[in-house]
Structure formats: C-alpha cells, structure tokens
Design a protein. Sequence first.
Length: 454
Amino acid sequence: MSKSVVSQLEEQVVCAAICFDIVRDAVLTQLPTEAFESGIYAAIRDAIASVEADGSPMSQVVVAGKLLELGRVREGTALLGADLSEVIPEKEALEVVRSLRRAWSRRELRKEMGVLSKRLDNGEDPDGALEEIASLAEDATSANSGCVSAYEAVTSLLEEEVSRLETGAVNTTATGIVSLDAILTLSPQNFVVVGARPSVGKTAFALSMARGIAKQGLPVVFFSLEMSATELAARLLASESGILASLRTQRSLTDEDVASMEAALREIESWNFSIIDDPSVTARDVVRIAQPLLNGATRGLVVVDYIQLLSPSSSRRYDSRQHEVSEASRLLKLAAKKLQVPLLGISQINRSVEGRSNKRPTMSDLRDSGSLEQDSDAVLLLYRDALYSPDDAVDADVMEVELAKNRHGGQGTIALRWSADTTNVGDFPRSPAAKGSTGVVQPLFTQSKSERIL
C-alpha cells in the first residue's frame, strides 16, 4: 500500500465512523491511534473517541468542534471540508478497518524485527530472539483474524446448535463430580482458574477432575510443573485403587490389594491421559505440545499445574513478576481458544490470606496477577477448614469449592469430600441412597457469598 492509498482509506473509515455506530465501534476497538499513518486522521479518530466518551451526539460538526477545542485547527478544518454525503457503506467500511489493521500489524512486525536484528548483532542470545520473533508473528496473526460481523457469528452459532440437536452431539465436558457439574459447565475454549493456598489440595482437585474426564474416553493433557510424572502417577494409582502409596511401601500387599492395583492399572491403561513434567515449559509451549495429543478433540481437558511456575515465553525483560504472570494468563486464554478444549490453570494464593480471621480466599488473592481474574471464564477457590483448625474442625473431610466467577452462569459454593488418604476429591455419598437417586449429596449452592450455607 502506498501512503496516499493508506491516507484515503483512513479518511474513509473516520468519516464512516462518524456516520455509523458499528463502524465507530470497530475503529475505536481495533484501530488505536498509532495504527493511523496520517496524523490528521489519527487526531480525528481520537476526537471521535472523546465525543463518544462525553456522550455527546456524534456529527461532523461536533467532532470538528472537539478538534478546534483541542487546538487542532488543521485537522478540524480538514474534517469540515470532507463530504460525508459520499461516505462508503457500513460493510465496505468494516472491510477497510480490517485492511488497515492488517497493514498496521505488518508495520509493527517489521519494526520489532528490525529491533531484534540489532539486538542479535549486539550478541544477544539467538534462541531468545527467535522465540520473540515467533511471539510477534503470532500476535500479528491474531490481530488479523477473529474479526467477524455479528451476523456471521450468530449464523455460525445457529448452524452449530442445529447440527448438535440433529446429531445429539454434546460439546461440553463433564467432570464426573456431580455436585461440581451441577454448577460449572466446561465448554470448548473455557479458561478456568483454580486457586488455593498450599496443601489445600489444588493438584488433587485438578487430578480428580482429570480422572473423571479420562474415564469418559476423552483426552487429558496434564502439565505438571511442580510434581514429577512419577509422583503424579502415584496419586493416580492411589486414587484409582484406594491403596495408599505409604501402605504399598510399609507392608506386604494382600491378594485383594494386588487385585485392586491390577484393576486400577487396566483402567488407567485405557485412558488417553498424557503427563508433561518438563519444568521449562512456557505458556506458548502449551499449544505446541497439547495440540497433537488432543488430536482435534473439542471435549477433554488441559491442566497447567501451576501457572506461576511457567517459564517466561520470551527473552524480553518484564518490569515485574506481575507482568510476567499477566502475560502467561493472556497466553493461556489464547491457548484455550486455539486448542478448542477447556483449559484448567492452577494458581497459588497470596499468603496475606493467612493474616485474616476468615482464611477463605477471594479472587483478589490470586497471586501475582489481577489478569487471572480478568482473563478467566470461571474461577474456583478451594478451602479446607481442617487445614487451619485440625482439632476443632467438625468436617475434616470437607473441601469447600467456591465458584467465585462464572462468565456463563451463577456463582456459589459446594461441599466436596476430601480424602486425605488417597488425595481424592469427589461427591459425598448418600446414606442411605434413595431409590432412583444419583447416589450423591446434592450440591450446596447459593447465588451469593453472604448466603453460603456450609
């Protein structure tokens, strides 16, 4: 694109933005000020944003007046001289917005690659620079995609829903924990964060969800950055067989024990369950590693245990630990979208919660980042009273699971059964089971935290 052509396109979109709400929304959300090559049209874009923020009626005269008010006489005069009677149609204007965004993305990519080239000439680590180039290319690709009209999005949704109803297909993933499934729907592309203090049972909770999903014949990819594959396997075996690892090493096994372990081994062998225990995994690696293992499935689960242990995705220097975790959070959300399956990210909770009388965590306690709260589709916060009051706890086997955020439904708290012996989390059994019942306690669910009934 020559500069004159770009200027013409920029003039067309700012004029269309004054006339059409849908074009204005596209310009303000997809074309930041720096995306404009012409300073005149960049200033007009900012004036449109200012008028929009003021809540003033949108018109050529009002926007020109805003420019004059800001001392931008040249830009205001240029706008007043524009003929809006020949403004391009909405659909064409939206195409121009996409073209300008692509052009801006390419300019930014070339600029950043030039900077990286100079850094390589100065002796910087080439591996880190290559990672950063890949990151920039991916960001540019993301900028050029994902822009569809509301009509296209709704049409696609309806086609999927009709197809699902006709075939009876299910596109959500159940965990097998009935109380949890009653309040949380795991849909493709969902990014779910699980937070708790150490020793509450974050890994056990995630592993119990993963086991329930694997038992349905669905793929599970478990990134274990804290525990080795052997340690995770020991937990799986204990949960599935009911025989503790400590008992396996401290006493001889009975015939019944051996039979239970053999049955557990046969069950685990049938699963599509992959464990990655490489501690150097980055957030960008998650897609690269998980994609072939999922093999195109839209139901299943990817687990990252835990987010704060992910290695930086590039050699760039972050201003703070918070920025580093925020970048990981953003990339995991993108990973969920690309992989098309739910992604469960485990997070540590700030130790400041220990200084409160009520030690139940809140979303603001998620360690090192407010982005986890913003990027996630759902946030589950775990708490066990027995951890803090082992002598006074009435329900030593209770794990509270608070659905603190749910983009697609309500919020509330349920009680799950925590088994310290096998580090397993599941439903409480009914006693006695009613005829025709599910055999589990109904979830204790409320719409507000103040009404919690645990």
